[in-house]
Design a protein around this ligand. Sequence first.
Ligand code: ADP
Ligand code: ZN
Length: 290
Amino acid sequence: MLGAIEAGGTKFICAVGDEFGNIVDRIQIPTTIPEETMPRVIDFFKGYDLEAIGIGSFGPIDVNKESPTYGYITSSPKTAWKNYPFIKQIKNAFSVPIGFNTDVNAAALAESTLGAAKGLDSCLYITIGTGIGAGACIQGKLLQGLSHPEMGHILVKRHPNDVYQGKCPYHLDCLEGLAAGPGIEERWGDKGINLCERGEVWDLEGYYIAQALMQYILILSPQKIILGGGVMNQKQVFPSIYKYLQKLMNHYVFLPELSSYIVSPQLEDRAGIIGSLLLAYKALQDESRI
Ligand code: ADP
Ligand code: ZN
């Protein structure tokens, strides 16, 4: 029995299940302050005899096992969670192996193992929601260097008609600032979900996402690209992405048929929590190898 926490900026999802993605129980808890949210997380898991716990968290987080702040949420704009020792708090309640990574890395692992990229050597999972983040899974391993990648904050060329300043608190008009949900809402004056009929909104969205994908493809050459997150519920963004990406790439590198190469998550909105179960499983395997 494995435990999983998908820690998001608005809600925590906790689940109990196995490494095949079967979930036997789950709850959802609002993300308020650690003193409120965490006791509810711990209470939920207390009812189970767990072998390991996996955490897929909003970030930035410290994933470097050699670092003194390994397992911390580091510079989150959510101030109550800044410098929060996530692993330590869970370890205090449960002395089992803990897997810890970003929410998008968890989702990338799940889609790679059990979802849209199953059987392939590499995939890139990108979420476009409140923020933009991505995780790359290569031969079963999550790409990590100094820390985890932060691919949502790359710079893109502005559309000549787009005068919106951007919403990223650090860079204003990076990809996240121009193309994540809050930026869409501020630029067009309404929530994305209410803008379904406005073709120009989703054309521009595709314009920015295609630029990002071009760069990810040129650098990583992933065998599959999976686009999740609330904004990608607007399925009309996909054809816009294909159109602009074809134009940008201009047949320079071979790409498969785009509609089967750039796809929605096969695990739908369960990718993050299933990935967290897989992080727990990996932690258990790593521990038994020592
Ligand atoms: P989070 O990123 O907080 O985990 P989501 O992936 O659901 O959560 O992203 C939330 C963002 O996505 C919000 O900015 C919201 O306006 C936008 N969003 C959610 N659903 C839709 C939709 N169906 N169409 C367009 N935008 C949406
Ligand atoms: Zn940014």
